[in-house]
Structures are given as C-alpha cells and as structure tokens.
Design a protein around this ligand. Structure first.
Ligand code: GTP
Ligand code: MG
Length: 453
C-alpha cells in the first residue's frame, strides 16, 4: 500500500501513527488489495470504515466462482486406488514420514464433556451514535466576546467481529449487540470522547448473511468484519467559525449508528469430512484415529453436533477430520436430522464415505449419501473422496466387501474402527488425497464460498 494513501478530505495527510494503525488493520483483512484500499482512503470516521467494509465485501465476490472453475476429477481417483492397492499388497513396507500417522500414546479421559454447541444465531447489531457537537460562546474576564468554544462530539462505537482460534461455537453471541455512543462535545473546546469499539470474538469459519446473501466470511485468525458502523461525532460551533461569522450558533448532531441484522453461521473448518449413515461407525473411527471423543452408542443419531479431531503425521503435519451427524435417505426433505449440518463439510478438501459393511448391499448406502450431498450443493459429492468399509471384524462383512469392490470404482479402504484394524493404509491414503489437492492449487478455505440456501 503506497505511503500517504490515507488523507483527510481537506488533503492534509494524517499523522504517521494513525496511518500505521490503519495499515495494520487493513493488513489483517485477508483479501486486502491495493486497489480497494486506495479507492476509499481514510477520510474521517465513517469513511475509514467504509474502506474496510468495501475490501471485505469485494474480496468475497472475487472468490465466488472458484468452485465452478475447478475440475474435481483431476486424477485423484486413479492415484488413490493405485496407492491403496500398493499399500495392501505390501503391508510390511516402511512408509515415508508424511504417510505415517503417529499413534496417540496418552488417552483422553472418557468422561463425556457435554457442552452446548451452537452453530447458528440471528443477531441484531446496533452501532453507537456519534456525540452531538456543542454550541457555546466563550466569555472571559478580559474579553467578553472571546469567540465560539463549542467542541465536537465523539464517534460512536462500531460493532466488530473478530475471528479467533480460541472460540469454538457461537453460544456466547447475544441476540442484540449494541455499541456505546460517543460523548457529546462540551464548551471550552473539550471534545467528546470516542466510544470504544465493541469487538466480539467468533470462531474461524463464521459466516455473516443478510437477506440470504453472504456478506462476510472470517476464515483466518484475527480476520475482522465491521458489522455496524458507528456514527461520527457532530461538529461543535467552533468548527463553523468563519471570517464573516465569528460567532456561529450552529452545531451538528452526531451521526446515527448503523443497525443491521445478520444471520451468523458457523462452518467447521476441517480437511476431511466423514459422511455416513447413522451407526456406520463415524464417531468410532474418529476416536480411533484422533484424540477427539465424540459419543459412541449403538442407537442412530448419537452424534448431533460436528466433532473435529486432529490426525498427526510423523513429518509433523496435522489433518483435521470432522465427524458430522448421520445422513439418511430423504434427508434433503428434512428426514432424520435434515441436511443443514452439511455446511460443516462444505470447506473440507476431501470426503470419506463411511459404510457399514456388515449390512447387505453397502454400495446402496454410498449412492444415497452421494445423492443427499448433491441435493445440498451440486458438485459436493465429487470432491476427492474415498470409501471406508467399516466393521470388517464382523463375519458377514467379508462377503459384502467383495461385492462392494465390484460395484464401485473408488479407493476402498476396509477397516475395523472398533478394533483398530487396517487404519494405517487409510490414514496414508488420506494424506495422499490432501497432498494431491494441495498440489492442484486450491486451498480448503477457498472452496465453495457459494451462498447458502
Ligand atoms: N463390530 C464393530 N462395531 C462397530 C465398529 N465401528 C462402530 N461400531 C459400533 O457401531 C455402533 C455405532 O457407532 P458410532 O460410532 O456411534 O456410529 P456413528 O456413525 O457415529 O453414528 P451416528 O452418530 O448415530 O451417526 C456402536 O455400537 C459401535 O460400537 C466396528 O468397526 N466393528
Ligand atoms: Mg456418531
């Protein structure tokens, strides 16, 4: 950003300290471009904010069509199948560090930490009004008409959302968020104090929508979104003094703060999403490959919220794997738990379809799952994916696996999540798919910023 880009409308440059401060704020915004930053400049309180807002929104539009231009079938399927076959044919081979997932040595407590998880909220943001300017004429002992001394009011507080790694859900968001108003100006040129901005921390992956349209998405730590702009302080009468009117009796009211309602949604950020029917063993699998502790039980719809676990590899790379509630046939017609929770896998680079191989015709499960994903968002089911044939420890699974392999043309990893069997090749395959994805130059964060239904 060119030095001196920030000027007042009078043309007077702002102080270096303030310019640096603004530069830091702009740098925090992910898609900040020189163009957008220089369009507005920082011209007083509201326009400074307009700049940030413009940058954020224009950036959003810029990435809208990423998914459409990306060819999903770029060889991952063939590569995955060959790699998995090679792994299965050579079970004793020593793998590279990057394909070797590190086993967890220390178990977490089995206590279920039931915490209320909120991934959707409606909030009304109401920024602070600016303080009114003051009308006052100074009169001193030596000089009865010493001129106007009514000062300017302070600026109202913005309502700002900041992405933070420390926050995991939206349950702390109140339905009404109000910024403080600026103080009014006083006589003797005492300017009103600016109100302190109201900053609320939200998890990374939070999306803000107004009228069904996505207006902001916070995808990186410390990313900011100014949800409602505070009103500027009104000018006092001292500001309006001119050569011809040395004692003006006019002052400005403070500007009104913006009032905007948002639908706030959380989309979990993970590299891999586990998709499957209820009871297929998704949570068991996540427990087996990571230190996450989602609840496991033999009844359907045990998992009601997404859980994310981290898989560690010997080269210190980590992959985030998300376990989401089970899908059933007709979920897009709101059967079962519906499909709205699929937004949690929208940003996943790869998908793992977890099938219960002990059930007859497991390939039918796969077709239903893919169909439901397509109903939610076209192209979603075609992300690089693999099939996990779970429950291989059960006797009927062996026969079903043979038939499954004949029915599908995808990387197929037979595992037993409960017994911990054959997890190594699956984790190596995951890494291969993720690396393949990274090589083909699309970051998980950039995937699918298409507006939600
Ligand atoms: N025999 C056997 N049982 C398994 C295996 N994996 C999971 N199970 C059992 O299947 C049942 C369901 O497992 P969950 O992990 O809760 O299944 P889920 O897919 O998370 O189910 P929802 O949360 O309801 O969608 C539990 O009783 C598990 O013990 C496996 O590999 N072998
Ligand atoms: Mg579960």
């Amino acid at each position: 950003m060119a030095a001196g880009a920030f000027r007042l409308s009078s043309g007077r440059p702002l102080s270096w300290a303030f310019q640096n401060q603004m530069r830091n704020v702009l740098q925090k915004i992910r898609y900040c471009s020189n163009d957008a930053a220089s369009v507005g400049g920082v011209d007083g309180w509201q326009r400074g904010v307009v700049v940030l807002d413009t940058v954020q929104r224009s950036a959003w539009r810029g990435v809208e069509n990423v998914e459409k231009s990306y060819d999903w079938d770029d060889g991952w399927n063939q590569k995955g199948k060959e790699f998995l076959k090679w792994l299965q044919d050579n079970p004793d081979v020593e793998l590279e560090d990057k394909y070797t997932a590190i086993k967890k040595v220390k178990n977490k407590s089995d206590k279920t930490m039931a915490r209320h998880f909120v991934d959707y909220r409606r909030v009304k943001t109401c920024a602070g009004d600016g303080g009114n300017g003051c009308i006052s004429l100074l009169s001193t002992y030596q000089k009865e008409k010493a001129g106007p001394d009514g000062a300017d009011g302070g600026n109202g507080a913005h309502v700002i959302f900041e992405a933070s790694t420390k926050i995991r859900s939206l349950n702390h968001l109140e339905s009404f968020i109000r910024g403080q108003p600026g103080e009014p100006g006083r006589n003797k040129d005492c300017h009103g104090k600016n109100a302190e901005n109201k900053t609320i921390q939200v998890p990374i992956g939070t999306i803000f929508k107004t009228g069904g349209e996505v207006v902001a998405s916070l995808e990186e730590n410390e990313c900011l979104f100014i949800a409602a702009r505070g009103g500027a302080g009104g000018k006092g009468n001292a500001f309006f003094a001119t050569d011809v009117d040395q004692a003006p009796l006019i002052a400005e009211f403070g500007g009104k703060g913006e009032v905007i309602e948002y639908e706030v949604e959380l989309r979990t950020m993970a590299d891999v999403g586990l998709i499957g029917f209820p009871n297929a063993g998704k949570s068991t699998l996540l427990r087996a490959i990571s230190r996450a502790r989602p609840k496991v039980a033999s009844y359907p719809f045990t998992t009601l919220n997404p859980h994310v676990g981290m898989v560690h590899y010997a080269d210190h790379h980590q992959l985030a794997v998300a376990d989401i509630p089970g899908l059933i046939e007709g979920a897009h017609k709101n059967r079962g738990l519906g499909i709205t929770f699929l937004r949690h896998i929208e940003r996943c680079s790869c998908l793992l379809y977890v099938l219960d191989t002990s059930q007859p015709r497991p390939w039918d499960q796969l077709h239903v799952l893919m169909h439901e994903l397509e109903q939610y968002q076209r192209g979603l089911s075609k992300r690089p994916h693999a099939v996990v044939a779970n429950k291989m420890d059960l006797p009927e699974a062996k026969e079903n696996l043979k038939e499954l392999a004949m029915h599908i043309d995808l990387p197929l990893a037979p595992v037993s999540a409960k017994m911990g069997g054959q997890l190594g090749p699956l984790l190596a395959l995951l890494r291969l798919l993720i690396d393949h994805k990274a090589e083909h130059g699309i970051s998980p964060a950039a995937i699918s910023p298409t507006p939600l239904r």
